[in-house]
Design a protein around this ligand. Structure first.
Ligand SMILES: Cc1ncc(COP(=O)(O)O)c(C=O)c1O
Length: 394
């Protein structure tokens, strides 16, 4: 491979760029994970995560990718044969439902068009029809990373409450936590799962799960066999800052640093920054004359933007061209939208110039790909970001 000068642009929607500060924080000798220094670290990160999830209830950390937390959520609270209601917002909702099916759960999967978020009215309809309360959990993806569509979790909670249905509410925030507003307690979520490699700016390898009292209670009668994923062992050890098995110590150092950074910037500012970069990206896409996959502006994601290429164009060929020419990785289309879209990740450790570099690479790539007259996307984003700065300093 020929040497490529400058830094690679990793603009996939996760894993995201890890700031040098976090890399340095992890560059430390291993400590005894049963000793007092570890207990302090453990308690600090477990407490700190509550602020990120906006919860007073426990958050557990697994040395696993997000998929592990998906599995843990189901096997801790449910029993084989239980019915769960899921919504087909895209590839990740589909994978979660596949996982549930593999465990012998009976999944009712509300079909979707991969361009819209969860329709709370349809959730309500399904729960209303379930007069015997067979459905034990409603599982939704807050930010569907495969489509760039965000769902209204609060509306799903209200739909459940309007039917006075006892189902647990489980939410995947793997690509929304620390990017977009999320409120585990206020929105009445029972299990929220997330992971380290997106908004939290860490390498892959940690998953997080916020657990309500109701979910803990449900775990007491769950019929699934499990060992590694058991919440009770984890919660007991976490009480003193420890883990029931060897934790990913150095990732926890990184997590501690990530939380300092998020708190220094202020979570609300972090959300505003993501929203600004998402809006600038959409202005660029519109100026290029391309279509955003997300249909409803109220459901636009702040973490990523999925862009449809006109029929007859292979989005994977376009991404390959951008990688070869500009050393930038863009997200591929997954599942039903494979080859039709590319995804621009704008989450995590990101600023105006990172975005402008990214959009420049996309615009140059599009011209080289055959849209030779395409202009104006970079200018549109630049104008918008400058206008915001002017307003802020005025
Ligand atoms: C929304 C969402 N859910 C679940 C996953 C799966 O997580 P992991 O790949 O960390 O297992 C991803 C991964 O990108 C995701 O974006």
């Amino acid at each position: 491979m020929p040497y490529k000068s400058g830094r690679h642009f990793l603009q996939i929607p996760g894993p995201t760029n890890v700031p040098d500060r976090i890399l340095r924080a992890m560059d430390r000798p291993i400590i005894d994970h049963r000793g007092p220094e570890f207990a302090k670290l453990g308690l600090e990160v477990l407490r700190g995560l509550k602020g990120i999830f906006k919860t007073d209830q426990p958050v557990v950390i697994y040395p696993s990718s997000g998929t592990g937390a998906w599995e843990a959520a189901l096997v801790n609270t449910l029993s084989p044969g239980d019915k769960v209601l899921m919504v087909e917002t895209g590839q990740f909702a589909t994978l979660w439902s596949n996982l549930a099916q593999r465990f012998g759960l009976n999944v009712e999967f509300i079909p979707g068009d991969w361009r819209s978020g969860v329709d709370a009215a349809k959730v309500q309809e399904a729960l209303g029809a379930d007069t015997r309360h067979v459905i034990k959990a409603v599982c939704v993806v807050h930010n569907e990373t495969s489509t760039g569509v965000m769902s209204d979790v609060k509306a799903v909670r209200q739909a459940i409450d309007r039917e006075a249905h006892p189902a647990l509410l489980m939410v995947d925030t793997i690509s929304s936590l620390a990017c977009m507003d999320y409120r585990h307690d206020e929105w009445g979520v029972d299990v929220t799962v997330s992971a380290s490699q997106k908004g939290l700016m860490l390498p892959p390898g940690l998953s997080f799960t916020a657990i309500s009292d109701k979910a803990v209670f449900a775990s007491h009668s769950s019929g699934f066999a499990k060992s590694y994923w058991r919440w009770d062992d984890m919660l007991r050890a976490n009480g003193k800052g420890f883990f029931p098995y060897t934790p990913a110590t150095n990732l926890l150092y990184g997590l501690r640093e990530a939380m300092v950074m998020l708190n220094d910037e202020g979570l609300e500012n972090v959300f505003a920054r993501h929203s600004r970069h998402a809006e600038a990206t959409r202005l660029a896409v519109k100026a290029w004359g391309l279509e955003i996959l997300c249909r409803n502006p109220e459901e636009y994601s702040s973490s990523l933007t999925a862009v449809l290429l006109p029929d007859g164009n292979d989005a994977d060929e376009f991404r390959q061209l951008v990688l070869d020419q500009f050393d930038m990785s863009l997200g591929s289309g997954l599942g039903k939208v494979a080859g039709r879209i590319f995804r621009i990740g704008h989450m995590g450790d990101f600023n105006d110039l990172t975005l402008m570099g990214t959009l420049s690479g996309v615009e140059m790539g599009l011209r080289l790909f055959g849209f030779s007259n395409l202009r104006g996307g970079v200018d549109a984003a630049l104008d918008y970001l400058t206008r915001i700065r002017t307003q802020q300093s005025g």
